[in-house]
Design a protein around this ligand. Structure first.
Ligand code: NDP
Ligand code: HSE
Length: 436
Protein backbone atom coordinates (compact mmCIF):
# COMPACT_ATOMS: atom_id res chain seq x y z
CA UNK A 1 0.00 0.00 0.00
CA UNK A 2 1.14 3.60 -0.67
CA UNK A 3 2.73 5.39 2.31
CA UNK A 4 0.62 8.01 4.08
CA UNK A 5 2.18 11.44 3.54
CA UNK A 6 2.58 13.90 6.37
CA UNK A 7 3.22 17.66 6.26
CA UNK A 8 4.50 19.20 9.49
CA UNK A 9 3.77 22.81 10.37
CA UNK A 10 6.41 23.75 12.97
CA UNK A 11 9.79 22.22 13.72
CA UNK A 12 10.33 23.48 17.27
CA UNK A 13 10.18 21.46 20.50
CA UNK A 14 7.18 19.29 19.55
CA UNK A 15 7.75 19.32 15.78
CA UNK A 16 11.38 18.26 16.28
CA UNK A 17 10.34 15.57 18.77
CA UNK A 18 7.74 14.27 16.32
CA UNK A 19 10.31 13.89 13.53
CA UNK A 20 12.64 12.06 15.91
CA UNK A 21 9.99 9.62 17.14
CA UNK A 22 8.54 8.95 13.67
CA UNK A 23 12.01 8.25 12.27
CA UNK A 24 13.35 6.20 15.19
CA UNK A 25 10.26 4.00 15.60
CA UNK A 26 9.29 3.87 11.92
CA UNK A 27 9.08 0.10 11.60
CA UNK A 28 7.22 -0.37 14.91
CA UNK A 29 4.78 2.39 13.94
CA UNK A 30 4.17 0.85 10.49
CA UNK A 31 3.40 -2.51 12.11
CA UNK A 32 0.72 -0.76 14.18
CA UNK A 33 -0.70 1.58 11.54
CA UNK A 34 -0.68 -0.93 8.69
CA UNK A 35 0.93 1.62 6.33
CA UNK A 36 4.28 3.41 6.08
CA UNK A 37 4.15 6.99 7.32
CA UNK A 38 6.38 9.42 5.52
CA UNK A 39 7.10 13.06 6.47
CA UNK A 40 7.40 14.70 3.09
CA UNK A 41 7.56 18.38 4.08
CA UNK A 42 7.98 20.59 7.14
CA UNK A 43 7.74 24.34 7.69
CA UNK A 44 9.45 26.69 10.13
CA UNK A 45 9.94 30.46 10.28
CA UNK A 46 13.69 30.20 9.94
CA UNK A 47 15.33 27.62 7.70
CA UNK A 48 18.80 28.36 9.11
CA UNK A 49 18.07 27.46 12.75
CA UNK A 50 19.69 24.35 14.24
CA UNK A 51 17.04 21.67 14.82
CA UNK A 52 16.73 18.99 17.50
CA UNK A 53 15.97 16.43 14.76
CA UNK A 54 17.52 15.14 11.55
CA UNK A 55 15.58 16.64 8.65
CA UNK A 56 17.28 14.59 5.92
CA UNK A 57 14.75 13.59 3.29
CA UNK A 58 12.18 16.20 4.39
CA UNK A 59 11.44 19.16 2.12
CA UNK A 60 11.79 22.32 4.23
CA UNK A 61 9.87 25.51 3.57
CA UNK A 62 9.31 28.84 5.29
CA UNK A 63 5.79 28.97 3.84
CA UNK A 64 3.33 26.77 5.79
CA UNK A 65 0.62 27.38 3.15
CA UNK A 66 2.78 25.49 0.66
CA UNK A 67 2.22 22.38 2.82
CA UNK A 68 -1.48 23.00 3.37
CA UNK A 69 -1.99 23.35 -0.39
CA UNK A 70 0.20 20.42 -1.41
CA UNK A 71 -2.12 17.81 -3.02
CA UNK A 72 0.37 15.04 -2.17
CA UNK A 73 -0.09 15.51 1.61
CA UNK A 74 -2.75 13.43 3.41
CA UNK A 75 -2.30 14.61 7.01
CA UNK A 76 -1.29 18.09 8.19
CA UNK A 77 0.30 18.14 11.65
CA UNK A 78 -0.02 21.64 13.16
CA UNK A 79 2.71 22.30 15.76
CA UNK A 80 3.06 26.08 15.50
CA UNK A 81 0.78 27.02 18.38
CA UNK A 82 -1.35 30.12 19.04
CA UNK A 83 -4.11 31.32 16.73
CA UNK A 84 -2.40 33.31 14.00
CA UNK A 85 -1.58 31.71 11.55
CA UNK A 86 -2.41 28.26 13.03
CA UNK A 87 -6.20 28.70 12.94
CA UNK A 88 -6.29 29.73 9.29
CA UNK A 89 -3.83 26.98 8.31
CA UNK A 90 -5.92 24.30 10.04
CA UNK A 91 -9.17 25.52 8.45
CA UNK A 92 -7.52 25.66 5.01
CA UNK A 93 -6.11 22.15 5.45
CA UNK A 94 -9.58 20.84 6.37
CA UNK A 95 -11.10 22.70 3.43
CA UNK A 96 -8.56 20.98 1.19
CA UNK A 97 -9.84 17.61 2.51
CA UNK A 98 -6.77 16.87 4.64
CA UNK A 99 -6.88 15.29 8.09
CA UNK A 100 -5.34 17.39 10.87
CA UNK A 101 -3.39 16.45 13.98
CA UNK A 102 -2.65 19.30 16.39
CA UNK A 103 -1.17 19.92 19.84
CA UNK A 104 -2.73 23.39 19.95
CA UNK A 105 -4.96 23.59 23.04
CA UNK A 106 -5.58 27.30 22.57
CA UNK A 107 -7.01 26.67 19.11
CA UNK A 108 -9.20 23.77 20.26
CA UNK A 109 -10.41 25.48 23.46
CA UNK A 110 -11.27 28.75 21.69
CA UNK A 111 -12.29 27.64 18.21
CA UNK A 112 -12.76 23.87 18.46
CA UNK A 113 -16.51 24.10 17.81
CA UNK A 114 -15.84 25.77 14.42
CA UNK A 115 -12.87 23.49 13.59
CA UNK A 116 -14.88 20.31 14.32
CA UNK A 117 -17.86 21.56 12.33
CA UNK A 118 -15.58 22.14 9.32
CA UNK A 119 -14.02 18.66 9.75
CA UNK A 120 -17.49 17.05 9.84
CA UNK A 121 -18.54 18.99 6.75
CA UNK A 122 -15.47 17.73 4.89
CA UNK A 123 -15.57 14.18 6.29
CA UNK A 124 -12.04 14.43 7.71
CA UNK A 125 -10.52 13.96 11.17
CA UNK A 126 -9.05 16.38 13.69
CA UNK A 127 -7.01 14.69 16.42
CA UNK A 128 -5.67 16.60 19.42
CA UNK A 129 -4.41 14.17 22.08
CA UNK A 130 -1.21 16.20 22.62
CA UNK A 131 -3.22 19.30 23.46
CA UNK A 132 -3.91 18.06 27.00
CA UNK A 133 -1.34 16.74 29.48
CA UNK A 134 1.47 16.15 26.96
CA UNK A 135 2.20 12.45 26.62
CA UNK A 136 -0.67 11.14 28.79
CA UNK A 137 -3.40 9.58 26.61
CA UNK A 138 -6.11 11.30 28.66
CA UNK A 139 -8.33 12.26 25.71
CA UNK A 140 -8.43 8.64 24.58
CA UNK A 141 -9.09 7.42 28.13
CA UNK A 142 -11.96 9.86 28.71
CA UNK A 143 -13.46 9.64 25.24
CA UNK A 144 -13.26 5.86 24.84
CA UNK A 145 -12.07 4.02 27.96
CA UNK A 146 -14.59 5.69 30.28
CA UNK A 147 -17.52 5.94 27.88
CA UNK A 148 -19.68 3.69 30.10
CA UNK A 149 -19.49 6.12 33.00
CA UNK A 150 -21.22 9.27 34.11
CA UNK A 151 -18.19 11.38 34.97
CA UNK A 152 -18.77 13.09 38.33
CA UNK A 153 -15.62 15.19 38.50
CA UNK A 154 -12.05 15.44 37.36
CA UNK A 155 -9.08 17.27 38.80
CA UNK A 156 -5.74 17.56 37.08
CA UNK A 157 -2.24 18.89 37.29
CA UNK A 158 -2.28 19.91 33.64
CA UNK A 159 0.47 22.47 33.31
CA UNK A 160 3.99 21.07 33.46
CA UNK A 161 5.66 24.46 33.77
CA UNK A 162 3.68 25.41 36.90
CA UNK A 163 4.18 22.00 38.48
CA UNK A 164 7.91 22.25 37.78
CA UNK A 165 8.04 25.71 39.41
CA UNK A 166 6.00 24.70 42.49
CA UNK A 167 8.08 21.53 42.96
CA UNK A 168 11.38 23.40 42.77
CA UNK A 169 10.07 26.03 45.24
CA UNK A 170 8.91 23.32 47.64
CA UNK A 171 11.88 20.92 47.34
CA UNK A 172 14.74 23.37 47.01
CA UNK A 173 13.35 26.74 48.06
CA UNK A 174 14.28 28.13 44.62
CA UNK A 175 13.18 31.50 43.33
CA UNK A 176 10.06 31.60 41.10
CA UNK A 177 11.63 33.65 38.25
CA UNK A 178 14.77 31.55 38.08
CA UNK A 179 12.82 28.27 37.81
CA UNK A 180 10.54 29.73 35.13
CA UNK A 181 13.63 30.56 33.03
CA UNK A 182 14.77 26.95 33.38
CA UNK A 183 11.32 25.66 32.29
CA UNK A 184 11.57 27.88 29.21
CA UNK A 185 15.06 26.60 28.37
CA UNK A 186 13.77 23.02 28.67
CA UNK A 187 11.01 23.74 26.12
CA UNK A 188 8.12 23.28 28.61
CA UNK A 189 6.74 26.82 28.62
CA UNK A 190 4.43 28.41 26.07
CA UNK A 191 5.80 31.06 23.68
CA UNK A 192 4.29 33.57 26.15
CA UNK A 193 4.98 31.99 29.57
CA UNK A 194 2.35 34.15 31.31
CA UNK A 195 -0.12 31.69 29.74
CA UNK A 196 1.47 29.03 31.95
CA UNK A 197 1.95 30.90 35.23
CA UNK A 198 -1.39 32.75 35.11
CA UNK A 199 -3.33 29.51 34.58
CA UNK A 200 -4.55 30.26 31.04
CA UNK A 201 -2.90 27.21 29.46
CA UNK A 202 -4.39 24.96 32.16
CA UNK A 203 -7.78 26.60 31.50
CA UNK A 204 -7.50 25.80 27.77
CA UNK A 205 -6.87 22.17 28.69
CA UNK A 206 -9.64 22.08 31.31
CA UNK A 207 -12.10 23.46 28.74
CA UNK A 208 -11.30 20.49 26.48
CA UNK A 209 -11.41 17.89 29.27
CA UNK A 210 -14.72 19.16 30.66
CA UNK A 211 -16.32 19.15 27.25
CA UNK A 212 -15.32 15.53 26.67
CA UNK A 213 -16.19 14.45 30.22
CA UNK A 214 -19.67 16.01 30.40
CA UNK A 215 -20.71 16.40 26.75
CA UNK A 216 -20.92 20.20 26.98
CA UNK A 217 -19.76 22.77 24.40
CA UNK A 218 -16.20 24.11 24.58
CA UNK A 219 -16.58 27.30 26.64
CA UNK A 220 -13.23 28.69 27.71
CA UNK A 221 -14.72 32.09 28.64
CA UNK A 222 -16.62 30.50 31.56
CA UNK A 223 -13.57 29.00 33.29
CA UNK A 224 -12.53 30.72 36.54
CA UNK A 225 -8.75 31.25 36.28
CA UNK A 226 -6.16 32.03 38.94
CA UNK A 227 -2.45 31.33 38.37
CA UNK A 228 0.51 30.65 40.66
CA UNK A 229 2.27 34.01 40.52
CA UNK A 230 0.87 34.97 43.95
CA UNK A 231 2.11 31.81 45.69
CA UNK A 232 4.98 32.52 48.08
CA UNK A 233 7.58 30.15 49.52
CA UNK A 234 5.99 30.98 52.92
CA UNK A 235 2.62 29.50 51.86
CA UNK A 236 4.34 26.41 50.45
CA UNK A 237 6.13 25.93 53.81
CA UNK A 238 3.02 26.53 55.96
CA UNK A 239 0.95 24.18 53.79
CA UNK A 240 3.60 21.48 54.17
CA UNK A 241 3.63 21.92 57.96
CA UNK A 242 -0.15 21.36 57.95
CA UNK A 243 0.17 18.17 55.83
CA UNK A 244 -0.70 19.69 52.44
CA UNK A 245 1.01 20.42 49.09
CA UNK A 246 0.11 23.30 46.82
CA UNK A 247 -0.62 22.37 43.19
CA UNK A 248 -2.16 24.27 40.31
CA UNK A 249 -5.29 22.22 39.63
CA UNK A 250 -7.85 22.31 36.88
CA UNK A 251 -11.14 21.12 38.36
CA UNK A 252 -14.40 20.27 36.57
CA UNK A 253 -17.26 19.03 38.71
CA UNK A 254 -20.88 18.18 37.99
CA UNK A 255 -23.23 19.45 40.72
CA UNK A 256 -27.02 19.60 41.00
CA UNK A 257 -26.92 23.33 40.10
CA UNK A 258 -24.49 23.14 37.18
CA UNK A 259 -20.86 22.56 36.30
CA UNK A 260 -17.87 23.97 38.13
CA UNK A 261 -14.96 24.90 35.86
CA UNK A 262 -11.99 26.33 37.71
CA UNK A 263 -8.20 26.59 37.62
CA UNK A 264 -6.41 27.76 40.75
CA UNK A 265 -3.64 26.91 43.20
CA UNK A 266 -4.99 24.28 45.58
CA UNK A 267 -3.92 22.70 48.86
CA UNK A 268 -4.15 18.89 48.56
CA UNK A 269 -3.49 16.44 51.42
CA UNK A 270 0.15 15.32 51.03
CA UNK A 271 -0.93 11.65 51.35
CA UNK A 272 -2.87 11.74 48.06
CA UNK A 273 -1.04 10.23 45.06
CA UNK A 274 -1.72 13.35 43.00
CA UNK A 275 -0.05 15.55 45.64
CA UNK A 276 3.16 13.64 44.94
CA UNK A 277 3.21 14.34 41.22
CA UNK A 278 6.29 16.48 40.83
CA UNK A 279 8.39 18.37 38.31
CA UNK A 280 7.09 18.47 34.74
CA UNK A 281 4.87 15.43 35.36
CA UNK A 282 1.11 15.84 34.97
CA UNK A 283 -1.71 13.76 36.41
CA UNK A 284 -5.45 13.72 35.91
CA UNK A 285 -7.79 12.16 38.47
CA UNK A 286 -11.18 11.24 37.00
CA UNK A 287 -14.10 10.05 39.11
CA UNK A 288 -16.60 7.96 37.14
CA UNK A 289 -19.78 6.61 38.74
CA UNK A 290 -19.06 3.03 37.65
CA UNK A 291 -15.28 2.78 37.77
CA UNK A 292 -14.67 5.06 40.78
CA UNK A 293 -11.50 7.18 40.82
CA UNK A 294 -8.90 6.60 38.09
CA UNK A 295 -5.55 8.38 37.85
CA UNK A 296 -3.54 9.08 34.69
CA UNK A 297 0.10 10.09 35.11
CA UNK A 298 3.00 11.00 32.85
CA UNK A 299 5.15 13.75 31.37
CA UNK A 300 3.04 16.83 30.68
CA UNK A 301 5.45 18.64 28.35
CA UNK A 302 8.71 18.25 26.46
CA UNK A 303 9.72 17.18 22.96
CA UNK A 304 9.36 13.40 22.89
CA UNK A 305 6.61 12.93 25.52
CA UNK A 306 4.40 15.30 23.52
CA UNK A 307 5.51 13.71 20.25
CA UNK A 308 4.33 10.38 21.68
CA UNK A 309 0.77 11.75 21.71
CA UNK A 310 1.12 13.42 18.29
CA UNK A 311 2.34 10.18 16.71
CA UNK A 312 -0.41 8.14 18.40
CA UNK A 313 -2.93 10.51 16.78
CA UNK A 314 -1.25 10.09 13.39
CA UNK A 315 -1.50 6.30 13.78
CA UNK A 316 -5.18 6.59 14.77
CA UNK A 317 -5.91 8.72 11.70
CA UNK A 318 -4.04 6.31 9.41
CA UNK A 319 -5.95 3.32 10.81
CA UNK A 320 -9.32 4.98 10.18
CA UNK A 321 -8.54 6.68 6.85
CA UNK A 322 -10.95 4.47 4.98
CA UNK A 323 -13.68 4.27 7.63
CA UNK A 324 -17.09 5.88 7.21
CA UNK A 325 -16.82 9.42 8.75
CA UNK A 326 -20.13 8.88 10.60
CA UNK A 327 -18.72 5.88 12.42
CA UNK A 328 -15.61 7.56 13.83
CA UNK A 329 -15.24 8.44 17.53
CA UNK A 330 -16.85 11.90 17.90
CA UNK A 331 -14.37 14.74 18.55
CA UNK A 332 -15.90 15.58 21.93
CA UNK A 333 -16.87 11.98 22.84
CA UNK A 334 -20.63 12.68 22.60
CA UNK A 335 -22.50 12.73 19.29
CA UNK A 336 -22.56 16.33 17.95
CA UNK A 337 -26.37 16.52 18.27
CA UNK A 338 -26.21 15.31 21.88
CA UNK A 339 -24.01 18.07 23.31
CA UNK A 340 -25.95 19.50 26.27
CA UNK A 341 -25.81 23.13 27.32
CA UNK A 342 -25.58 22.54 31.09
CA UNK A 343 -24.99 25.85 32.92
CA UNK A 344 -21.49 26.62 34.19
CA UNK A 345 -21.53 28.01 37.74
CA UNK A 346 -19.98 31.39 38.55
CA UNK A 347 -17.13 31.09 41.07
CA UNK A 348 -19.23 32.86 43.76
CA UNK A 349 -21.55 29.83 43.74
CA UNK A 350 -18.74 27.28 44.20
CA UNK A 351 -18.19 25.63 47.59
CA UNK A 352 -14.67 24.77 48.74
CA UNK A 353 -12.58 24.56 51.88
CA UNK A 354 -9.88 27.21 52.30
CA UNK A 355 -6.44 28.02 53.67
CA UNK A 356 -6.37 31.62 54.94
CA UNK A 357 -3.23 33.51 55.98
CA UNK A 358 -3.49 36.83 57.74
CA UNK A 359 -1.22 39.21 59.66
CA UNK A 360 -2.57 40.02 63.09
CA UNK A 361 -1.44 42.34 65.89
CA UNK A 362 -0.03 40.44 68.86
CA UNK A 363 -2.59 41.43 71.51
CA UNK A 364 -5.51 39.81 73.35
CA UNK A 365 -8.86 39.50 71.57
CA UNK A 366 -7.56 39.79 67.99
CA UNK A 367 -8.10 36.15 67.06
CA UNK A 368 -11.43 36.14 68.92
CA UNK A 369 -12.62 38.95 66.59
CA UNK A 370 -11.57 36.93 63.54
CA UNK A 371 -13.24 33.70 64.68
CA UNK A 372 -16.43 35.62 65.64
CA UNK A 373 -16.71 37.01 62.09
CA UNK A 374 -16.27 33.53 60.64
CA UNK A 375 -18.85 32.07 63.04
CA UNK A 376 -21.34 34.82 62.10
CA UNK A 377 -21.02 33.64 58.50
CA UNK A 378 -21.49 29.98 59.51
CA UNK A 379 -17.89 29.20 58.58
CA UNK A 380 -16.33 26.54 60.74
CA UNK A 381 -12.62 26.31 61.44
CA UNK A 382 -10.68 23.07 61.07
CA UNK A 383 -7.29 24.31 62.27
CA UNK A 384 -5.71 27.53 63.41
CA UNK A 385 -1.98 28.18 63.88
CA UNK A 386 -0.20 31.29 65.02
CA UNK A 387 3.43 31.68 63.88
CA UNK A 388 6.31 33.78 65.23
CA UNK A 389 6.46 37.36 63.99
CA UNK A 390 9.13 37.76 61.31
CA UNK A 391 12.28 39.52 62.58
CA UNK A 392 11.61 43.19 63.33
CA UNK A 393 7.87 42.80 62.61
CA UNK A 394 5.07 43.41 65.10
CA UNK A 395 2.39 41.38 63.27
CA UNK A 396 2.02 37.63 63.62
CA UNK A 397 1.18 35.37 60.68
CA UNK A 398 -1.99 33.40 61.49
CA UNK A 399 -3.03 30.44 59.34
CA UNK A 400 -6.58 29.10 59.36
CA UNK A 401 -7.97 26.06 57.59
CA UNK A 402 -11.71 26.43 57.18
CA UNK A 403 -14.34 23.89 56.17
CA UNK A 404 -16.32 24.11 52.92
CA UNK A 405 -18.04 27.42 52.39
CA UNK A 406 -19.73 29.06 49.43
CA UNK A 407 -17.33 31.59 47.87
CA UNK A 408 -19.90 34.42 48.11
CA UNK A 409 -20.15 33.92 51.89
CA UNK A 410 -16.37 33.79 52.31
CA UNK A 411 -15.93 37.01 50.32
CA UNK A 412 -18.15 38.84 52.79
CA UNK A 413 -16.40 37.37 55.85
CA UNK A 414 -12.94 38.17 54.46
CA UNK A 415 -13.95 41.78 53.72
CA UNK A 416 -15.02 42.15 57.39
CA UNK A 417 -11.77 40.58 58.65
CA UNK A 418 -9.67 42.86 56.44
CA UNK A 419 -11.54 45.87 57.84
CA UNK A 420 -10.46 45.06 61.42
CA UNK A 421 -7.89 47.64 62.62
CA UNK A 422 -5.79 44.82 64.12
CA UNK A 423 -5.38 43.00 60.80
CA UNK A 424 -2.66 44.16 58.41
CA UNK A 425 -3.06 44.06 54.62
CA UNK A 426 -5.21 41.57 52.79
CA UNK A 427 -6.04 38.01 53.71
CA UNK A 428 -4.24 35.44 51.55
CA UNK A 429 -6.68 32.75 50.37
CA UNK A 430 -5.88 29.40 48.73
CA UNK A 431 -8.61 26.85 48.05
CA UNK A 432 -8.31 23.39 49.58
CA UNK A 433 -9.60 20.14 48.08
CA UNK A 434 -9.43 16.75 49.78
CA UNK A 435 -10.14 14.90 46.48
CA UNK A 436 -11.57 12.03 48.48
P1 NDP B 1 8.01 26.05 19.48
O1 NDP B 1 8.00 27.51 19.68
O2 NDP B 1 9.15 25.27 20.00
O3 NDP B 1 7.86 25.71 17.92
C1 NDP B 1 6.98 26.42 17.08
C2 NDP B 1 7.35 26.14 15.63
O4 NDP B 1 6.46 26.87 14.79
C3 NDP B 1 8.75 26.59 15.25
O5 NDP B 1 9.34 25.69 14.37
C4 NDP B 1 8.55 27.96 14.60
O6 NDP B 1 9.53 28.25 13.63
C5 NDP B 1 7.20 27.77 13.94
N1 NDP B 1 6.46 29.03 13.90
C6 NDP B 1 6.25 29.89 14.92
N2 NDP B 1 5.51 30.94 14.52
C7 NDP B 1 5.26 30.74 13.20
C8 NDP B 1 4.56 31.48 12.22
N3 NDP B 1 3.97 32.65 12.51
N4 NDP B 1 4.48 30.97 10.98
C9 NDP B 1 5.07 29.79 10.67
N5 NDP B 1 5.75 29.04 11.56
C10 NDP B 1 5.84 29.52 12.81
O7 NDP B 1 6.63 25.51 20.09
P2 NDP B 1 6.35 24.08 20.73
O8 NDP B 1 6.90 23.03 19.85
O9 NDP B 1 6.74 24.10 22.14
O10 NDP B 1 4.75 24.07 20.70
C11 NDP B 1 4.03 23.76 19.53
C12 NDP B 1 2.59 23.49 19.91
O11 NDP B 1 2.53 22.37 20.80
C13 NDP B 1 1.90 24.62 20.68
O12 NDP B 1 0.53 24.64 20.35
C14 NDP B 1 2.06 24.21 22.13
O13 NDP B 1 1.10 24.78 22.98
C15 NDP B 1 1.86 22.72 22.00
N6 NDP B 1 2.42 21.92 23.06
C16 NDP B 1 3.72 22.12 23.46
C17 NDP B 1 4.28 21.31 24.42
C18 NDP B 1 5.69 21.46 24.86
O14 NDP B 1 6.12 20.73 25.75
N7 NDP B 1 6.45 22.38 24.31
C19 NDP B 1 3.49 20.22 25.04
C20 NDP B 1 2.14 20.10 24.53
C21 NDP B 1 1.64 20.93 23.58
P3 NDP B 1 11.06 28.53 14.09
O15 NDP B 1 11.54 27.24 14.69
O16 NDP B 1 11.80 28.84 12.84
O17 NDP B 1 11.00 29.64 15.09
N1 HSE C 1 3.35 24.89 28.42
C1 HSE C 1 2.67 23.66 28.59
C2 HSE C 1 2.95 23.11 29.98
C3 HSE C 1 3.11 22.68 27.54
O1 HSE C 1 3.89 23.59 30.62
O2 HSE C 1 2.22 22.24 30.43
C4 HSE C 1 2.30 21.39 27.56
O3 HSE C 1 1.00 21.60 27.14
Amino acid sequence: MKPVKIGLLGLGTVGGGTVRVLKRNASEITRRAGRDIQIVAASARSLDKARICDTTGIRLTADPYEIVNDPEIDIVVELIGGLDPAQDLVLQALDAGKHVVTANKMLIALHGNEVFAKAREKGVMVAFEAAVAGGIPIIKALREGLSGNTVEWLAGIINGTCNFILTEMWEKGRDFGEVLKEAQALGYAEADPTFDVEGVDAAHKLTILASIAFGIPLQFAKVYIEGISGITALDVTYAEALGYRIKLLGIARRTAEGIELRVHPTLIPARRLIANVNGVMNAVLVKGDAVGPTLYYGAGAGAEPTASAVVADIVDVVRTLTSDPDNRVPHLAFQPGAIADIPVLPIEAVETAYYLRLSAEDKPGVLADVTRILANHNISIEAIIQKEAPQGGSQLPVILLIHKVRERELNEAVARIEALPTIGGSVKRIRLETLG
